[in-house]
Design a binder for this molecule. Structure first.
Ligand code: ZN
Length: 72
């Protein structure tokens, strides 16, 4: 999973940001392995999703991220 890391203070964000909380607007993309913390499986997913969808709150080296896991 790609996270966006501030070049100034090193804080990682799950989504691209215009400006970091430290005031810097310089980011780099970093690939990080995630660990799933909490998952919720939807048996009746919203339109446009596959039959079963699992939403996971995960952690990528200290950064909380939100994953959508497609289970066939
Ligand atoms: Zn920063």
């Amino acid at each position: 999973m790609i996270v966006y890391v501030c070049n100034s203070c090193g804080k990682a964000y799950f989504e691209p940001r215009g400006i970091c909380q430290c005031g810097s607007d310089s980011f780099r993309e970093e690939e990080r392995e995630t660990t799933r913390i909490h998952c919720v499986k939807l048996m009746v997913p919203p339109a446009g999703f596959p039959d079963q969808v699992e939403f996971c709150l995960s952690q990528a080296k200290g950064t909380k991220v939100f994953e959508i896991v497609r289970s066939a």
